[in-house]
Design a binder for this molecule. Structure first.
Ligand code: AMP
Ligand code: MG
Length: 446
């Protein structure tokens, strides 16, 4: 495991006082190591976890050629240009109950969606495209010219998944569709990386927990709730360590307990310059931690590093802490700024990708959408800015975005109204109304 200094030495022009957003991501990708334990879990518990091995299809899906429609199956070679085709119905193929007989030229089989195609037949005429005539016991369907081609409305064996091929890949996040795909292979369990345990606490003498009486100069803790929400959406197991006052003993106990129990710790507050508190000092004392100034807005200050837990430090903790003991003894630390929107933005920009990497997920570039800005936005080149935006679709089907009001880094209401972040890149300057801007949608993350 590399120290922060070793990683810094690999990077050109590393300057903790002048980090770029890209530089932070690069640093974190070198710092983070995936959890190594795998778990075989029942399918429904696997949602949101990361696959720890490829899933290879044990058979073809679908296992037989079958009908995509309710209609009449026949041999498509009989279709002739400009000619009506008349076929005598000689039987019925139901889903789950194949029709076993043989079919001669001039004959067809009534077939239901999903039923196995009878031998030798490759085309299905949908019910609504044929005319049916009954004379006594005999049924004949006629198909008009030029409405069908050979092979139409037939699903091929293996068109979804081929036997022996990887159906899902190691490192893929298990989504509802992937869960369904695994089920279609008859799998009852999936091998996944174990979920991350993430501890978090808020710091600051002015921060009130819910239930405490308001007092002058104090604010209710919102960061623990946004962090809880974002971690939960990521499928992490959360350990809420509450609000920790600016007191060295309390901070030390909180960090120690968090390091013992969790794979990662997220704190908020106490990392800005000139803070009259002990958070930074305690991080330095207990771990290998870098304090960064990031060229971004909101969210300039941030601490990143590792805290090791030692047996002696754990002696004072309750017995239950041991049962969750973090085997690597090294816990990733994210010291986020205190301002509520800065917490969310730094989480989305940096913590989320780092935690995904730790979960074993394959890195995937964020999907940015282009939307036309409904207003001018002032932007200084030389830092990455995130504006809270509300994206909507115009009548002609293109995307437009407006900001959601005050962009102060403590203003959570404009974050609550937003459905995405307008990302104004490092080198970008002012935006004129009507310009296209990049938007990172919250969908999935928030
Ligand atoms: P700090 O980074 O500790 O200087 O905090 C910056 C600003 O964020 C201050 O106005 C704090 O009151 C506010 N703040 C810090 N932590 C929280 C929190 N958990 N919930 C709401 N506001 C907070
Ligand atoms: Mg503070």
């Amino acid at each position: 495991m590399k120290t922060l200094a070793q990683i810094a030495a690999q990077l050109q022009g590393y300057d903790p006082q002048a980090m770029t957003a890209d530089g932070v991501l690069d640093f974190l990708s070198r710092l983070v190591t995936p959890v190594q334990e795998v778990l075989d879990v029942p399918l429904m518990q696997a949602l949101g976890r990361v696959l720890a091995q490829d899933v290879v299809s044990p058979f073809d899906v679908p296992p037989h050629d079958n009908s995509a429609m309710d209609g009449y199956a026949f041999a498509g070679a009989q279709l002739a240009p400009g000619a009506v085709l008349a076929l005598q119905v000689v039987g019925t193929a139901l889903a789950g109950k194949a029709w076993q007989g043989s079919v001669q030229p001039g004959q067809c089989v009534k077939i239901m969606t999903g039923a196995v195609m009878p031998a030798g037949l490759d085309t299905v005429a949908p019910q609504e495209l044929v005319a049916l005539q009954k004379t006594g016991q005999t049924e004949v369907v006629t198909i008009a010219p030029a409405v069908l081609q050979a092979g139409d409305n037939r699903r091929r064996r293996g068109e979804d998944l081929m036997q022996g091929r990887a159906a899902l890949l190691k490192g893929e996040l298990i989504t509802p569709a992937r869960l369904g795909l695994a089920a279609s292979l008859g799998l009852q369990t999936l091998r996944t990386w174990r979920p991350l345990r993430v501890a978090y606490f808020s710091t600051g003498d002015e921060i009130l927990s819910l239930g405490e009486l308001p007092r002058e100069g104090a604010v209710y803790d919102s960061n623990r709730y946004t962090v809880f929400g974002m971690l939960s959406r990521l499928g992490c197991q959360v350990i809420d360590l509450g609000v920790v006052r600016d007191d060295p003993a309390l901070l030390e106990a909180a960090f120690t307990q968090a390091a013992l129990q969790a794979d990662a710790i997220i704190t908020s507050g106490g990392v800005s310059v000139g803070e009259a508190d002990y958070t930074k000092a305690m991080m330095k004392k207990l771990g290998d931690v870098a304090f960064w100034r990031i060229a971004m807005r909101p969210g300039r200050p941030m601490a990143v590093g590792r805290i090791s837990s030692s047996k002696s430090a754990s002696a004072a903790l309750p017995e239950t802490a041991y049962s969750y003991q973090n085997e690597s003894k090294d816990t990733l630390l994210f010291g986020l700024p205190g301002n509520p929107v800065a917490v969310m933005v730094t989480f989305i920009a940096f913590v989320r990708p780092a935690l995904l990497q730790m979960m074993g997920a394959r890195p995937e570039p964020e999907v940015l959408l282009k939307a036309r800005s409904l207003e001018a936005i002032r932007k200084k080149p030389g830092r990455t800015e995130y504006q809270r935006g509300r994206v909507s679709t115009t009548p002609d089907g293109s995307l437009q975005v407006r900001t959601t009001g005050s962009q102060g880094s403590g203003v959570l209401s404009s974050m609550a109204q937003a459905n995405g972040l307008i990302v104004l890149h490092h080198g970008q300057g002012n935006v004129v109304a009507g310009d296209e801007v990049d938007v990172l949608m919250f969908d999935g993350a928030l």
